[in-house]
Design a protein around this ligand. Structure first.
Ligand SMILES: [Zn+2]
Ligand SMILES: [Zn+2]
Length: 287
């Protein structure tokens, strides 16, 4: 690959990653990446009352920020190191606009829908866990109607984009990871919802990630978003950035060749190396 790349969707031992900030920086440097960004799953328990094993514990937040900022200084001139968070959007409970996040002065934020609030008032559940979890959530919260869950997922994505406050839209069709085992996917109805997302993303001027994390972890054999969705984003001139959702150093730019191929197939001729951040202008690179 001759193009310039970054890795702005990464997780470390501060949340659910396996490696340290420094190990991840070394991997990014070895792979000749232009930039690495840290995007710990923002704390959730205090704001949303949801306890997970993958979100950054509240008491580790200051240490996380300090560690990333120290790496930023240490690597200056060799590797651009950026401070970020992957922030869940959960209606009325958590968003990238929350003061506990913005007050950290992050370089960028990734907006992500993992949790869905069922319409019948049962507990929010994640669409990013196992198929069993998803099926239980659909049965308890949506009367077993998977289509209703898919609509709820895209509704939440659209609400999050409308609300704003973040730079990169995370894995825009991650819901397919599980439900494609339970039902046919990429239906006409879903394509219509994805088109709404493409239009909203263009209007909000956000960057959408082309995320190889599902491939890196052996969950799925293609990037998020799927090719038809990526083509819609291209039609609406939505900028894209390739990310690995790396939870370990060896995945820092894992399967970027597959992402490049998908972008080319979708008609993209360039990708962002660094999207428009809170503190930096956009930097793009030809594919
Ligand atoms: Zn995520
Ligand atoms: Zn992530």
């Amino acid at each position: 690959m001759s193009s310039l790349f970054s890795s702005l969707h990464t997780h470390t031992i501060f949340c659910d990653g396996r490696d340290t900030v420094e190990t991840m920086c070394c991997a990014a440097y070895e792979k000749k990446l232009h930039a690495i960004g840290f995007s710990a799953h923002a704390p959730l328990e205090k704001k949303a009352g949801i306890k997970t094993f993958w979100n950054l514990p509240e008491e580790k937040k200051d240490d996380y920020i300090k560690t990333v900022l120290e790496a930023k200084s240490r690597w200056e001139g060799k590797l651009l190191v950026l401070l970020g968070f992957e922030v869940d959007y959960i209606k009325g409970l958590r968003s990238a606009l929350d003061e506990d996040i913005t007050s950290c002065n992050p370089d960028y934020l990734i907006g992500a829908v993992h949790f869905i609030i069922p319409p019948n008032g049962t507990e929010p559940f994640t669409v990013d866990g196992s198929l069993e979890e998803l099926v239980t959530g659909v049965n308890n919260g949506f009367g077993g109607n998977m289509d209703a869950l898919i609509h709820a997922y895209y509704d939440a994505t659209l609400e999050m984009i409308e609300l704003g406050g973040f730079n990169i839209l995370a894995h825009p069709d991650i819901i397919k990871k599980n439900y494609r085992d339970a039902k046919p996917w990429n239906t006409e109805a879903e394509a219509a919802r994805q088109k709404e997302v493409a239009i909203a993303a263009a209007k909000a001027r956000i960057t959408v990630e082309v995320n190889t994390g599902g491939i890196n972890r052996g969950k799925i054999d293609e990037v998020y978003p799927s090719l038809p969705f990526l083509k819609m984003l291209r039609e609406h001139n939505v900028p894209v950035i390739i990310t690995a959702d790396a939870h370990r150093a060896e995945h820092i730019n894992g399967n970027y060749d597959i992402a490049v191929q998908a972008l080319a197939e979708a008609g993209y001729t360039e990708h962002c190396v660094v999207p428009t951040l809170f503190s930096l202008p956009q930097s793009v690179c030809k594919i």
